[in-house]
Ligand binder design. Structure first.
Ligand code: SF4
Length: 236
């Protein structure tokens, strides 16, 4: 693995992100990730919800042994945990599992059961946003699998941008891909995917907040269905 450990100030990182966002808009996903590998080395990681391992696979081609960060909220489907374990077993990546400060039982004891039904923003803050903030501390840049076609809220996703909340470079190498592009890459490279994608789920999150999508719905319609909430707070 490359070991670029150059220290950069927040202003330098921000300028780097803005320039790369312009210069790499037309680059391929692999070119974007090669730039990330060359620029940040081991200070770069990929986050994965284990819906599929497409970005992890691409990143491992650019940076073998790359850190792949997975948030284990305690509410995942068994299929998601199985996908994480399979990725760890067969891919040239270093899976890092982050967990919240409290177990689900401890959270239930403090806040009452089913916080996800009563206050999903707080539940996501405790089980996703905070652990990710802690887990990303050592990195200068992180990559996500965000795509512009997933929902209106993601339509302007830059391929490289500035994550002001975490003060890091945020890379979305497949931002311009369609669902068909993802499927083609999965088929061509034999990439691991979450079995729930074959069972009517288009986007896989925590079990209590995810349902199958209906004909004609966008990919994220099955997340927090029936609520105004569309994002968990990790992206925006
Ligand atoms: Fe809680 Fe649902 Fe957010 Fe998961 S997606 S952290 S269960 S509110």
């Amino acid at each position: 693995m490359t070991t670029v450990q150059e220290e950069r100030t927040t202003e330098e990182l921000k300028a780097l992100a803005e320039r790369a966002g312009r210069e790499l808009e037309d680059a391929s996903a692999l070119e974007i990730l090669r730039w990330a590998a060359d620029t940040f080395g081991s200070r770069f990681c990929v986050t994965s919800s284990m819906e599929d391992a497409v970005v992890a696979h691409l990143a491992s081609r650019a940076l073998p042994g790359v850190d792949v960060v997975f948030l284990d909220t305690g509410y995942h489907f068994p299929e998601t945990i199985g996908t994480r374990d399979a990725v760890e077993a067969v891919m040239d990546v270093n899976v890092i599992t982050l967990t919240p400060r409290q177990t689900v039982a401890e959270q239930d004891a403090e806040y009452g059961p089913r916080l996800h039904d009563r206050d999903p923003d707080l539940c996501c803050a405790l089980r996703k946003v905070k652990p990710l903030e802690e887990g990303l501390k050592g990195y200068q840049a992180w990559a996500t699998g965000l795509r512009r076609d997933e929902s209106e809220t993601r339509a302007d996703t830059p391929v490289v941008g500035w994550d002001d909340k975490r003060r890091k470079v945020k890379i979305s190498p497949i931002a311009k891909w369609s669902q068909e592009d993802v499927q083609t890459y999965v088929a061509e490279h034999g990439v691991l995917t979450n079995p729930l994608l074959m069972d009517g789920y288009a986007s896989v999150g925590c079990a209590p907040c995810t349902r199958r999508v209906l004909e004609g719905e966008d990919a994220r319609a099955g997340r927090w269905a029936g609520r105004s909430k569309t994002e968990c707070g990790l992206h925006g």
